[in-house]
Design a protein around this ligand. Sequence first.
Ligand code: PGA
Ligand code: ZN
Length: 498
Amino acid sequence: MNIKQITPYQILDSRGEPTLMVRMVSDSGNSAEFAVPAGASRGANEAAEKRDGGTDYSGKGVSSCIEIITNIIAPKFIGYPLSQQDDFDGLLIALDGSEKKANLGGNTLLGLSGAYLKLSAVENEKPLWQYIAEANQTTPEFPRLFANIVGGGKHAPGLDIQEYMVVPATNTPTEAIKVIYNVYHTIQKVMQNLYGPSAKLVGDEGGLAPIGTNTEVILEAFSQLNAKMESKFDIAIDAAANTFYKDGIYTIENQQLHASDLLKLYESWDAKFPIFSIEDPFAENDVEGIEILKTLPKPEKPFLIIADDYTVTNKDKIEELQKAELFDGVIIKPNQVGTITETFEAIKAARASKAKVIISHRSGETNDNFIVDLAYGVGAMGMKLGAPMRGERVAKYNRLLEIQADLDANQSNVANAEQVVNSAPPMTERSARPVPNLSVPPAPSATATTSTPVVSPIPSPVSNNPMSLPQSPPTAPPPPPSVPTTPIPPTQGPQLSP
Ligand code: PGA
Ligand code: ZN
């Protein structure tokens, strides 16, 4: 099958800013669409984003991308065969010809590359994740979810750190999402008691954006809640340190720190509230920070170090930086590099360097849930998908649930078919009609042992004590909160009650 038509158009993203949608139609009449996301805390080496400039849409319109597709790209690719992703992307990259895709725009190329991938999957009559898995020779597996609970940095006012996330221990979507739901709504109640109505505000990724809080309050609330929940989670941070770094100094929560002192601050948080991972702990151009990362003990680091702005989904950057195995995990965002093929290459490079793969959304998202099929298809260790709040984030949660429902339905179809076979009379006594071949996709390991959900129901509203968490349900064992109480100096925030 070949490309019959390419229709680019401008849509709005979750910040209400323009972005590019590309619809591609095949000559068999199938079609697919890809919407390009946009970042706010971008690494310096990301693929260039083409915007119109001028006054319309504050200069952020993408009609220049649409013109490029209509006038330059579409005429060359009408009639081009599908299912040849490497070649298609290679031609796009060659047409652009620049190092950072500044001529045609990384956003222009990703819209085309993504629509081509999706349409190829449709033409091959495969779910997108399966098509991706076959292309990469990977085993599909649900990722652990890195869910943003509280936001700051460039995504929300009030906090210097960009993201405070929870990572449920289970990777089964129905169970993980229940944990995330409980944490999000309980922490919102705690924040509301501490800071009033501002706890109802949310940042760009749907994370809570209370005004007047600080890191220790948030981490203590997470830790206390974790101790009370039956289904456990890890705590992850995206510092996005570029955003609070200037001239060798990090300005964070009223302190001015060099990289070595910032590491001590991270370590002090970790000592009180064990942290699973910290993303972009130092600014990407801070040489002192890179030197510190080199000296961290391996493999026994205090927490996993995750690269985002450092590596920008670029195979060469990943290979270069990972010679010293600086990072334990690498964030993958297709629009940082601009094509699907290069995204696959970055994933391979990360794995080859022993880093865990974490697929990620951007802060400016759309309802396109491509990243879910990507994360499941390549069997990524993790996926960042924001909070379970706001349509464009919820679209990702719901796609995970859809994939799980499809897999579960296929499994029960197989079970039913086997039952029919076993209870049927012997072959000689019945017509030799073959049992339907249900072509079952590989089941994710977590769903193979489906257990009764163990997450506690949403607790009752919090008590008058501002930091005391809602009581566990009767089924949950009541372990005493083991989180050390952290006296917060009055200038930094309210003191936590024991
Ligand atoms: P961005 O940030 O999408 O706003 O660039 C996300 C991140 O830093 O992980
Ligand atoms: Zn990041």
